[in-house]
Design a protein around this ligand. Sequence first.
Ligand code: AMP
Ligand code: GLY
Length: 439
Amino acid sequence: MKVLVVGGGGREHAICWKLAQSPKAEKIYCAPGNAGIESVAECVDTGAEDIEGICAFAAEKAIDLAVIGPEVPLAMGIVDELEKRGVKTFGPNRKCSQLEASKSFTKAFLGRHNIPTAGYREFTDKDELMASVGIYGYPMVLKADGLAAGKGVVIAENEADAKAAIEEMMGEKVFGSAGDKVVVEEFLTGVEASMLCFVDENSIVPMESAQDYKRVFDGDKGPNTGGMGTYSPSLLFTPELEEQIRTRILEPTLKGFQEDGLDFKGVLFIGLMLTDEGPKVIEFNNRFGDPETQSVLPRLESDLLDIFVAVTENRLADVEMKWSDDKAVCVVAASGGYPGSYEKNKVIGGLDKVDDDVIVFHAGTAKKNTAELGCAGSGKPGCTGEPHMATVTSGGRVLGVTALGKTHEEAKAKAYDNIKRIRFEGMQYRTDIGTINRR
Ligand code: AMP
Ligand code: GLY
C-alpha cells in the first residue's frame, strides 16, 4: 500500500516509524515531514494545512491510505476532501472534528449523553461574561471555544486575572474567532491522565494508557506547553479505574456518537481528571496526542497499518491488538525560551551517540548546510569539520527521546542517560518525566 501521513511533528515521526515496520507498507510519504521523518518516509514539500496541495498529491501518487496527524487540517475538513476524491483516510471528518474544534459542541455532547464532566456555561457576550465573573468561584476556568494551539484555556486565580483573561479573549481577540464564544467551567481537582482510543462506527478500543507532562518546568511549574514528555503505561491506572472509564465514559461516548449520527473514524484522545467522584472528561481531542504517541506506539506489537485500514472500513472489532509489557518513557528536548519565543537553526549534536535501541523522534528539526549557517569549523557540537548538511532546530519542541525497559525505572534511566548525549544551544528538558507529581 502507498500511505501518506499528513503532519511534521514528533507524533507523525512515531506514526511513520511504526508504519514503516508493516510489510504491507510499500511506500510511505509524509507531508511536510521533518529531518527525522526522512529516515522512514519520503518527505513531501506540502504543508499540512494545504488541503488542495495534499489532495492533488494523493491523486497524483494514487495513495491507498491517508493518515492525518494534526487537529487543524482535520477541523478544516481534509478528510471530507480526500474521501470525496476516493482516498481512504484515517481521521474524523469535519463534522466529528468539532469534538476538538469546539469546546461548546463537546460540552453539549457530554451533557446530552450523561458523561461525567465539569459543569459549565457558555458566553458570546463580553459584558455578560464580565458580570458573571467568578460564577463557580475561584480558580475560574475560562476556555476559548475554538482551536487555539493548546493555549486557549486560562485558569484564573482571582477576579482581576479572570477579567484580564476575558478582555484578552473577547475584547482583544488574542485567539481570533476562537474566542467569539467562551466556555466557563467548574474547577475540577484531581490528577490528570490521558486515554487514546481507536474508534470506528461500531467500536471504541482504548490503547495502552499514557501520562503527559504539560508544564514546561520540573514539578509541574511554569506555563503550559504542547507536552514535555510522557510515559506509558500510566502508573495511575488500576483495573477498577479502567472499568469505570469503560462503563461511564467510553461506552456512553460510542453510543452518543451513534445516536447523534457522528460517524467518527480515527483516534479519540480523552483528557481526564481523576477526581474523588471518579474520572471526568476535561476535553476531547480528535487525533493522536503529541507526545503521548511517542511512548504508546513503540509498545504496540500489532501492525499499525492493519489497524488504520480496519478503522476506515469499520472493522476495528476484528483486529487483534497486542501490546508489549515493556514500559516506555519519552523525554522532550525543547528550544530555550519555549513555550514563549525561541531561536531556530541551532545545530543538534550527539544524535549519533544515542543507543541503537533508543528512538529519537524528531519534532521541530530541519536540515541546513553548516556553511550557510556560518558555523562550519566553529567547533560547536554537530558543526565541526568541512561544511555539511546538519540537523538543526526549527521549532519549539525539537525532539523526543523514547526508551523502553522491562521496568518503568529502567526505561526512565535509559531515556535520561541518552538525552544527555544530545546537545544544542539553549536545549531544555524536564528532569522529572516519569515521576508522579501529585498536586
Ligand atoms: P484543555 O485544553 O481543555 O485540556 O485544558 C488545558 C488544561 O487546563 C488541562 O490539561 C487542565 O490542566 C486544565 N483544565 C481544563 N479544564 C479544567 C477544569 N474544569 N478544572 C481544572 N482544570 C482544568
Ligand atoms: N499532549 C497533548 C496533546 O497532544 O494535545
